[in-house]
Design a protein around this ligand. Structure first.
Ligand code: G3H
Ligand code: ZN
Length: 294
């Protein structure tokens, strides 16, 4: 089976994107992997530090390996939003396929320096693991928002520039870059998301391709709440991986609430959680169809 690097390169060639969905328990894991299996597309499971503490880092690896090695399904595991070298080490030792070192809250030069340390460590221990890094403030937390995250970069002068992207990639030698291009973590309950700057995505991608002599895949975080049209345009502009988390969390909660309402006396967990699983499945299937152009 192709590894994650090859899967991403293939997606770039086909001008499609790979879906990355965050999970912290079994119902969401089952829903995401089933949707990808039914559609016949690769998928990335993301677990942030909190999510992998809850699902258990080793259980997450075991479940992904089981699908991949015993059932031939292209499922990959990303240690999402990892803030310390200790947590990077845990993910490397556990056998993750990719790690996002998130130093976005640090001053730019410090982010370069810390990310560089992570890349050096990971490439020494397990060169097959992809390292991603994030630049720019897109807020943190996959939550329902009433207002923009404090200090979020949505004005043109605060978004990632092609020059910054090149300087960051040259200084760190990361495999994947998550820039700030108008995206924010979380979503508004009843309002549209800020607009994505697709022209900027194109310029960053082109600048990196020229500077590195090869494409550097771009990752779009915070895609919950963005419309199909917005995400389709972002893929055409050059995004290769799209992160969705809040939509999964909302679907989980709505599914559980519906089950509890419909079956007030039910105590069997799988009969209650299947409502959440079904809702997540529908959302992931629709998003994967869009990302893969199927
Ligand atoms: O890494 C996770 C994502 O960027 C999720 O963002 O909650 O806005 O979908 P979201
Ligand atoms: Zn993210």
């Amino acid at each position: 089976m192709k590894n994650l690097r090859e899967i991403i390169a293939e997606a770039e060639k086909k001008k499609v994107a790979i879906g990355h969905f965050n999970v912290s328990e079994l119902a969401a894991f089952r829903a995401v992997t089933k949707a990808a299996r039914d559609l016949g597309v690769p998928v990335i499971i993301g677990t942030s530090e909190g999510e992998r503490d809850f699902i258990d880092i080793h259980d997450a690896v075991a479940m992904v390996r089981d699908l991949r090695e015993k059932h031939g399904q292209p499922v990959f595991l990303n240690a999402d939003h990892t803030h310390s070298i200790e947590k990077v080490k845990e993910a490397v030792e556990a056998g993750y396929d990719a790690i996002l070192f998130d130093g976005a809250a640090l001053p730019f030069e410090e982010n370069i320096q810390k990310t560089r340390e992570v890349v050096t460590y990971v490439k020494k221990m397990a060169p097959q693991i992809l390292v991603e890094a994030e630049i720019g403030n897109i807020g943190s937390g996959s939550t329902i928002r009433k207002e923009l995250p404090h200090g979020a970069a949505i004005n043109p002068e605060d978004l990632t520039t092609p020059e910054e992207a090149v300087r960051f990639v040259k200084g760190t030698e990361i495999d994947l870059l998550a820039p700030a291009v108008g995206n924010i973590h979380g979503m508004f309950a009843n309002a549209p998301e800020p607009a994505l700057d697709n022209q900027r995505i194109k310029l960053i991608r082109e600048a990196l391709r020229q500077a590195q002599g090869k494409p550097v895949p771009l990752v779009l975080h915070g895609a919950s709440g963005n419309t199909d049209e917005e995400l389709k345009t972002a893929i055409t502009a050059g995004i290769s991986i799209i992160h969705i988390s809040t939509e999964i969390r909302v679907a989980w909660r709505k599914g559980v609430e519906k089950s509890l309402e419909e079956k007030p006396d039910e105590v069997t967990p799988y009969k209650l959680l299947s409502g959440a699983e079904n809702k997540i499945y529908e959302i992931v299937l629709a998003r994967l169809k869009l990302f893969s152009g199927r």
